[in-house]
Design a protein around this ligand. Structure first.
Ligand SMILES: [Zn+2]
Length: 170
């Protein structure tokens, strides 16, 4: 079983030590991501590699998780696999962002940082604008469709009445 990611870390220190880590973080603890989802179940799995390239400290990583989103065609839940690979440079202020080599995203931080926020940011970027079922929604909808009770009763009421035949005879 994988362990939880650490919470507050000194990112500059981890980069200087060229640390690597892997860990999980529950969806239920990502409030910004949660606003885009239909359920709070699941745990993101992350692999992180800290390091330094020239004077640039960075985090290279990948994160993935299956989440539930509302299908925009049928409005039922659908499972969406979120996956992100990233290369984030750690910078102290905005003026440093311009100097970064192109391949880097930037994270402004003083060092001490809530590490799961990095994961959450990347997952938010990976959320599709519109989620839909891969195949036909109709298969899915049929399985979940419930016939309203009034309709069932009405159907029962329409059964031929055996006395109706007698009435015709009279
Ligand atoms: Zn659907």
């Amino acid at each position: 079983m994988q362990s939880r990611l650490p919470e507050y870390c000194d990112l500059y220190q981890l980069a200087d030590k060229a640390a690597t880590m892997s860990g999980n973080w529950p969806i239920a603890k990502m409030p910004r991501l949660l606003t885009m989802l239909a359920a709070d179940t699941g745990e993101a799995k992350a692999e992180l590699e800290f390091g330094k390239k020239g004077r640039t400290r960075f985090i290279k990583g990948s994160v993935s998780v299956d989440v539930e989103m509302q299908c925009q065609r049928c409005l039922n839940p659908t499972t969406v696999g979120l996956k992100a690979e990233f290369l984030v440079a750690l910078v102290e202020n905005e003026s440093q962002i311009e100097k970064l080599p192109e391949q880097f995203e930037a994270l402004i931080t003083e060092g001490r940082h809530f590490l799961p926020d990095v994961i959450e940011d990347e997952l938010i970027l990976a959320v599709p604008i519109v989620a839909t079922h891969d195949s036909q929604c109709s298969d899915y909808v049929k399985a979940y469709e419930v016939v309203p009770e009034e309709y069932q009763q009405e159907a029962v009421g329409k059964k031929p009445n055996p006395f109706a035949v007698l009435k015709d005879l009279l």
